[in-house]
Structures are given as C-alpha cells and as structure tokens.
Design a protein around this ligand. Structure first.
Ligand SMILES: Nc1ncnc2c1ncn2[C@@H]1O[C@H](COP(=O)(O)OP(=O)(O)OP(=O)(O)O)[C@@H](O)[C@H]1O
Length: 708
C-alpha cells in the first residue's frame, strides 16, 4: 500500500544552456537543477508508470475533466481517500501544480467523507481563495457557479450559501469564525493549505484546529479531520506538533520548469526584470505568457509603465503586450482580471508581489521572472516600529515562484540572481509569528479565551513581542492588565472588527467624539491601497490638481476631503472626476465597500447614530488620538522627528502633504524604511489633547517641548 521508507522525489528540472543577450543591459543566465527534496513518505501511482502526470506537452486543447484526470494526484485518489478516512490528522506533500488544492477537496466531497459537515480549505491570500473556488466550481461542471456547492469567504466578501459544502477561505476568515464558534462545528474536514507560508493566521489556526479536534473528541461530538498541505514544508516539525500524525508524499510531477540563474549579480533587479521580459518577448510564441515577481505596488506600477512604453517602441519585436499588475490591496475584481486569457496574438505579462507566489494558477504562464526580492513586514519590539523592508526571498519562496510556471505545460524560470546568491539565501522564511507585531493576534486569541503566553503555538513567538502587544492592549483599554485572560467590554467590541485594534478603537471612540462617519471613512481609506495616482511623468500635474484637497491637518484629513468630494460628485461623473484628479477609482470604490461593511458592524455593535463632525475636524483628530497615541512623533530640530513611544529618529515621507512643514506633533499611520525611517499618513495634533485624552500614557511619555 504505502512505502514506509523515505524517498527522494524526482523534482529535478531539465538542464539546457540558455543565454540571454540584451543591450544595453545584458542579463546572462545559466541553467540549473531543481529543488532539493524534503524527506517524504512516498505514495506510488496506482495504475500508471509515468512519473509525470502529463503525457504530452504540445497537446491540443483538452477538456477540463481530462485536465483533471491528467493531474498527478488523480491516480492516487483511492489510496489518498483511504488515508484520509483512516487518520484524523494527515499531512500531504506534493509538488507544486500536482492538484492538491483543486482536487483533494473534490475527492473528499465525492466520497462524502465530510458527511453532514463542510470541507473548509484555508489559503494565505484572498486572490488564491477566490480564484481557486472559481476554478473548482468550473470543474464541477453542470453550470455550477461559485457560491453553490463550492464557495469562498474572504474579508469583506462572502460568496457562500446554505448549499455550500466546499468552502475556500483566507486563514484570517476561519480565525474570525473560530471567534464565534471555537469548535468550528460547521466543518467536519479542515484543510490548512500552503502550510509552509506560516502566516500568523495559519500558525494560530494550527493551534485552534488541534484544540477543536481534541475537545470534540473528548465530548463525543462530530469528529474533525485535519489535513495539512504544502509542496515545501518541514514534515517532521509539523508531524511532531500534531501528535506524530501520518505524512504522505504524493509522487508525480507536473510539467518540468527549466531554471536559469544570471551569471553576474544584478543590483538593479527591476531593470533586469524588464530586460529579461523583452528578451523572452522577442523569442517566445505569443501565447506564452510571463509572470514577474517584484516587491510592491510602486515598483510594480513603475515596471508596468516601462514595459507598456517599451512595448510600443517600433524597434521592439514581438506580439502586442497586455500588462497586468497584482498586489494585495487591489480590489478583488482587479486581481481577478489577471486570470482572463489573453486575446490572440497578445502576450500577457503579470507583474506581481509574492501574492502570486503560492497556490494560484494563472492560465498561460510559461515564464516566471523572479527578482529574488520580497517586501516583508518586521516588528521590532525594542523600537516599537513595524517596518516594511525589501529583502531576499528564501529557497522555499524561490521554488514556489518557479512552480507558477509549468502548470499547463513545460515552463521556464529566470532568476535575477546567481547560483551562488541563491545558495546564500535562507532555506525557509522566518514564520510571521516570530517577526510580526502581535497586537491583533493577541486580541483575537483573547476573544477565543486564551492568553498568547499559554497558547499551543507550533513555534513560540518572542517573549518581548507578546509583552509589547499586551502593553498596547492595556493602553487601548482592551484588557485591564497585561496578564488578563479576558477582554474588557471595549476589547470585546474591538475584536469584532476585522481591523488592527488601533483602528477598531478609533471607530469605537468616534461615537464619543460625534464623528463616526469621518472615522469610518479614514479607517476604510487606510485599509485599502492608496487612492492617489502619481504617474512618474505627471507628478507635478497630479499634485497641482489635488492641491485644493490638501489640508494643513495632514494626509488623513486630505484623504477625507477627497472622499467627501468623490461622494458629492454625481454617479455619472465619478469616473471622469477620478481621471481628472488622478484618483484610483477602483481603490476608492473598494474603500467605500469596506466602509459599508464596517458601518454594518457598527450597527451590530449597537453603536447608535452615524454621527458626523461636519467641519469641526478637531473632533476627528482627537478621536484619531484614541487609537493612534502610540504613533506620535515630535519635532526635535530641522525636519527631524522622534517617536514619542520609543524615541526613534524619523522623518516625514516625501509623499506626505506635510513634508515641507514642521508641525510640533503628528500622529502617523505607518513607518517605511529605506535608507532612513519615514513616516506616512500624518495628522497634526496638539500637545494639550494628548494630556487630556491619554493622561496615563503621557505620564510615562513626556514631550521634549511642552508647548501646545
Ligand atoms: N484557474 C486555472 N486555470 C487553468 N488551470 C488550472 C487553474 N487552476 C488549476 N489549474 C490546473 O490544475 C493544476 C493543479 O492546481 P492545484 O492548485 O490544485 O495544484 P497544487 O498541487 O495545489 O499546487 P500548489 O502547491 O502550487 O498550490 C494546475 O497545475 C493547473 O494545471
């Protein structure tokens, strides 16, 4: 039945010499071998000799059901189902693209192993949950649409019905569900997919589902099956945590991916990505699409603009180019547009952050260009700052990125780094729980009745990060003291909002300050990607036309002014108004959607009337202090500020509308680190307000200059 020994899989990729010559920036690549194989227990094919799930790379278009049958997991379906039946917890490893995510939930469903419950499958990201649910609904056939048997649930968007049996969701959503039902009784099978990503939510979910399974067993309630899946994970570590549970390796590869490294290091990885794209563009057939991994919105938009411009150059050979961007804070509809097939004789290029790194299949992608970089958020308890920093990816991430090619045919991955640079990268990414601010998760755990110090984590978070989180929760009034295992009534309300607790506190405080409408607007705008468009070539024009919205009170009030004006413009004129004012219409509409949902939550929390402060913006600025008083910076000398909380030296970000001014005190929404620490999302405040609103905090955090 099952091989008991550990086997080395066959993940090597074919080796062909491939060189890129490109002027003026030549990026030259070397070929290399594929990923190292983790220790895995092998599950053999039932009735096929091929090690590749596919038989023909140049096949004509085949039906969706044939595509399913050709996947490597297909042959192992019966053995797999037997294992799922036999074990209450199972770890499943299988190569990227082998069919774990799309097929296994369907196998379980058709064998009715979920009985009267649901199958819940978590994904670290919204785009994956939505796109996979759409694909699986399509695979079900019979005109099934998402929301019937197959549905999804992501923050601010629930597409399920009482018919839904297979529910894809973000890990954050399952965690929110656990707050209402700790035993997750709705589900009989929970699949935690992409376990190697180790997002903070997945790490917490490991503990939640383990506890729910045990409690249900102790109480003789309907059992809960847990399945952990990934292509690249530390099986032993996970197995030990889940009481030495069974692990299985689904042998069988998808299409090969040729890996190419640069011969020399390339510091300007953005330019190298563009150069590599045009090299591919010149030579590859037009239906071979390209996926480029970069680090963040600005970089991605700049790269997209360069590609769009260069593609129009009459000297550039190749088909026409359709360029898509993909990053976390885009509205769902915009994200989903990358899944559309490109028109004939057009090459699709998708430029994405690491949100396209795991789980998803973008049809048509044959080439991946991997910059080797990622923007990661790291919290430093000693400085109290959470910094976004561009850094090198890990081996696991590099293999996942390569795995986005070779999903519907053979693929190629161009790594914009050398083989030796690759060797120096970390094997795996540090779990988010070990580097993140634990404020939100500590609040969520308390809502589940557990103190973060006593939670059964797969890897414990650093002690100082938990201490910092509880100090902040106490300052926000969510707990009475740092050892509390229960929330105050305010804390319980804060936990109901799917937001950073500081933002939830602002919304709750808005009732008292009579500015709920404005607080909801500001928090919604902070919860989506920037609504401002600043094209490289038209920056001055954009700033000039938006000048009328600029407020001496800072960026958040400026955003509020823009939103108010947007709402005042007639429905038919909104698009043109956005265009004229360099406002991203999709993002502002997304903010409006979030705002509506938050308004519903306020009603559920019996928060009373939707008060407005009108022109009295002091009320709103005071209200912002209620949630953000730990984010105060004070002017020390010429344009130099220090944070009040941990005395860090900081400056205003050049994009801030206050960056030429020097108010005494500001609240900031975010810190970005490049060569210096920059503050973004500023609001001016008065010293007296701080003393009046947070007197206890101000006793231990005195201002250098006491003027107001
Ligand atoms: N949206 C889609 N359009 C076309 N084909 C798809 C789509 N989604 C999945 N597929 C096909 O199904 C295969 C299996 O995808 P699936 O996501 O189940 O693999 P996986 O093993 O979970 O991969 P990973 O470890 O990368 O998440 C893909 O390789 C691709 O051939």
């Amino acid at each position: 039945m099952m091989d008991s020994k550990y086997a080395i899989g066959n993940g090597q990729n074919s080796i062909n010499k491939y060189k890129i010559k490109m002027k003026p920036l030549p990026v030259i690549f070397n070929n290399s071998s594929g990923p190292p194989n983790a220790k895995k227990i092998k599950l053999n094919d039932e009735n096929r000799n091929s090690t590749n799930g596919h038989t023909n790379n140049n096949k004509p278009k085949i039906s969706i059901q044939d595509q399913r049958r050709n996947l490597p997991v297909f042959d192992k379906r019966n053995k797999l189902l037997e294992l799922v039946k036999r074990h209450k917890t199972l770890i499943i490893l299988g190569e990227t693209g082998s069919g774990k995510t799309t097929q296994i939930p369907q196998y379980i469903h058709s064998a009715r192993l979920q009985e009267n419950g649901k199958i819940g499958i978590t994904q670290p990201r919204r785009v994956a949950a939505v796109s996979i649910a759409t694909r699986v609904a399509q695979e079900f056939g019979h005109g099934m649409t998402v929301g019937d048997t197959v549905g999804y649930s992501v923050r601010f968007d629930d597409c399920t019905s009482n018919k839904t049996k297979i529910k894809f969701m973000t890990d954050g959503m399952l965690l929110r569900e656990a707050m209402y039902d700790r035993l997750l009784m709705e589900y009989t099978v929970i699949i935690l997919d992409e376990a190697h990503e180790r997002t903070i939510h997945t790490d917490v979910l490991f503990g939640i589902v383990k506890k729910a399974q045990k409690t249900r067993e102790d109480r003789n309630q309907t059992p809960l099956k847990i399945i952990i899946m990934s292509a690249t994970m530390d099986v032993e570590h996970f197995s030990q945590y889940f009481n030495n549970c069974q692990a299985v390796y689904l042998e069988g590869r998808t299409y090969p991916v040729n890996i190419n490294y640069t011969i020399k290091p390339h510091d300007d990885y953005q330019t190298s990505c563009v150069a590599t794209f045009f090299k591919i563009h010149r030579e590859a057939p037009s239906n071979h699409d390209v996926l480029i991994f970069l680090t963040g919105q600005e970089e991605i938009e700049a790269c997209a603009q360069r590609i769009r411009l260069l593609a129009k150059d009459p000297d550039v050979q190749g088909p026409s180019v359709k360029c898509f961007t993909l990053y976390a804070a885009q509205p769902s509809a915009q994200q989903m547009s990358v899944f559309q097939p490109s028109p004939p004789n057009t090459r699709k290029v998708v430029i994405s952050t690491n949100i396209a790194e795991t789980s998803i299949t973008i049809p048509g992608i044959r080439y991946v260009i991997d910059s080797g970089m990622v923007k990661a958020r790291t919290f430093h308890p000693s400085t109290g700052l959470e910094l976004l920093k561009v850094q090198r990816i890990s081996h696991e991430q590099a293999w996942q990125r390569a795995g986005r090619a070779g999903r519907d045919s053979e693929g190629h991955c161009y790594r914009i780094y050398t083989r030796s640079q690759f060797e120096l990268m970390k094997k795996s990414t540090v779990p988010e729980i070990r580097r993140a601010n634990l404020l939100t998760v500590s609040l969520q755990l308390l809502a589940l009745g557990v103190h973060a110090n006593y939670f059964d984590f797969l890897d414990k978070p650093p002690k100082e990060a938990t201490v910092a989180a509880f100090e902040q929760l106490q300052l926000l009034g969510a707990v009475d003291d740092v050892n509390s295992i229960c929330l105050t009534p305010v804390g319980r309300k804060m936990a109901k909002f799917p937001l950073d607790p500081r933002f939830s506190k602002i919304i709750l405080a808005a009732e008292q300050y009579g500015c709920l409408q404005e607080a909801l607007t500001v928090v919604s705008l902070l919860s989506t990607e920037s609504i401002l468009i600043n094209p490289v070539t038209k920056q001055a024009e954009a700033q000039k036309v938006r000048q009328k919205f600029c407020s001496a009170y800072g960026d958040l009030i400026t955003l509020l002014n823009i939103y108010r004006e947007f709402e005042a413009v007639g429905q038919n004129n909104k698009r043109i108004w956005c265009h004229e004012h360099f406002i991203n219409m999709r993002n502002i509409l997304h903010a409006r959607e979030i705002r509506n949902q938050l308004e519903q939550l306020c009603k559920k929390c019996d928060m009373g009337a939707m008060s407005s402060c009108g022109g009295d913006l002091d009320r709103l600025r005071k209200c912002l202090i209620m949630g953000m008083f730990m984010n105060v910076a004070e002017l020390v000398r010429d344009h130099q500020y220090i944070t009040l909380d941990k005395k860090q030296s900081v400056q205003f970000h050049p994009s801030s509308c206050l960056h030429r001014q020097q108010p005494h005190l500001v609240l900031f929404a975010e810190v970005v680190q490049t060569n210096k620490c920059y503050l973004r999302g500023l609001t001016t405040i008065e010293a007296d307000w701080l003393r009046e609103i947070v007197p206890d905090y101000m006793k231990s955090h005195s201002l250098r200059f006491n003027s107001s």
